[in-house]
Write a protein that binds this ligand. Structure first.
Ligand code: ATP
Ligand code: MG
Length: 352
């Protein structure tokens, strides 16, 4: 097949890890007879330096016309002032909005060879293979009213958690569809004992569940879920939750795998290109040193093959290459290895 992939490497280690993922995608194209065309665009701090904005309209338009977008990371100490009018994260928000993505998927799989790399006990981590689906466009971060003012001479602030039925339905439906291709279990996480939005979430989820009789649904309060994620993570398959809860739970879940550098993510909408990126940030402390772990980005490229290009066999082949490298400890220092960012990809390419 022919596919067009827009690359937005961004800042810090972003360009280092995206370059390695692109090498792996090229290897997939060569082995399976596909043609991948790429364009590269600035996003984040590098775009602010060049254009005065974190993502130009031209770059966004290019991403919108692609089959998929592979992103590195944005931000860094140079652009850290939270009060600055132009900030790197604005590029990411503009890109997500422009692509219409509403669900953020984060698979967490604990590799056998890395059972000792996590702070959590190995027996608890065995068989962890789950996906957290986080709603991305609604809830507390975007509801109105929002802001700070002064009431009765006191500083006062308000954020509003807000959801519509259709916003809940589309993300929950995606979670059920994912579960059908996995272990057929959905855990919907909310705070229905105190939040109106959560009661709506539960009602909609129950209605959607009726369309997926082969999938088991459980509801769990977010406080319970945050405990179970550490105490018995292998009991989860697909977890679906609203924006803020998802933000917190995905970070918690990422700890299970042993390194930030390992985990991929996909952000999907109803149609149009998906956005794929490692869960880690720009890691300014190691940028330019050649020690960044490229695996999170390479696994993101595998998700890109799976979800946007519908190339399941190719996606699995890439995941298998990662599996083999981890097994052989052909890894960067964050996993106790001695290889550089590009040497990890070299190893995978030799085996591919
Ligand atoms: P952001 O605000 O963009 O999320 P952050 O500071 O919260 O950034 P990261 O930039 O991801 O988080 O860095 C957190 C820590 O994890 C740093 O010490 C960094 O070096 C390490 N880290 C992140 N990504 C990788 C990677 N790919 N390989 C090795 N170490 C990494
Ligand atoms: Mg962070």
């Amino acid at each position: 097949m022919q596919a067009y992939i827009a690359l937005t490497p961004g800042d810090g280690i972003g360009p280092e890890v995206v370059a390695q993922a692109q090498r792996m995608l090229d290897a997939v194209a060569a082995r399976y007879g596909h043609t991948f065309r790429y364009t590269t665009h600035l996003i984040g701090g590098c775009s602010i330096d060049q254009h005065g904005t974190a993502l130009t309209d031209e770059a966004l338009a290019a991403c919108q016309s692609a089959d998929a977008v592979l992103l590195g990371a944005v931000g860094g100490p140079k652009w850290d002032d939270p009060n600055a009018a132009v900030r790197p994260e604005q590029g990411l928000l503009k890109l997500r909005k422009g692509l219409g993505v509403f669900a953020n998927l984060r698979p967490v799989k604990v590799h056998h060879a890395l059972l000792d790399a996590s702070p959590i006990k190995p027996e608890v981590l065995k068989n962890v293979d789950m996906v957290v689906v986080r709603e991305l466009t609604g809830g507390l971060y975007f509801g109105s009213p929002k802001g700070e003012d002064v009431v009765n001479g006191q500083a006062h602030a308000v954020d509003t958690m807000e959801y519509t039925e259709s916003e809940v339905e589309r993300v929950v439906r995606l979670a059920f569809q994912m579960a059908q291709n996995r272990k057929k279990k959905v855990t919907s996480v909310d705070k229905a004992n105190v939040l109106a939005t959560s009661r709506l979430w539960r009602r909609v989820t129950n209605r959607v569940a009726a369309d997926y009789p082969d999938v088991t649904l459980e509801h769990m309060l977010v406080d319970t879920a945050s405990m179970k994620l550490i105490a018995s993570p292998a009991s989860f398959d697909v977890m679906v939750t609203e924006n803020t809860f998802g933000d917190i739970l995905t970070d918690e879940a990422s700890l299970l795998a042993g390194s930030m550098g390992l985990l991929p993510s996909a952000s999907l909408g109803e149609s149009g290109p998906g956005l794929y990126e490692p869960i880690h940030g720009s890691a300014p402390d190691i940028a330019g040193k050649g020690t960044a772990n490229p695996i999170g980005t390479i696994l993101s490229a595998a998700l890109l093959l799976r979800y946007s290009l519908k190339l399941e066999v190719e996606a699995a082949a890439l995941e298998n290459a990662v599996e083999k490298a981890i097994h052989a400890r052909a890894c960067t220092p964050d996993l106790g290895g001695k290889l550089s960012t590009s040497q990890v990809a070299d190893y995978m390419l030799e085996q591919f």
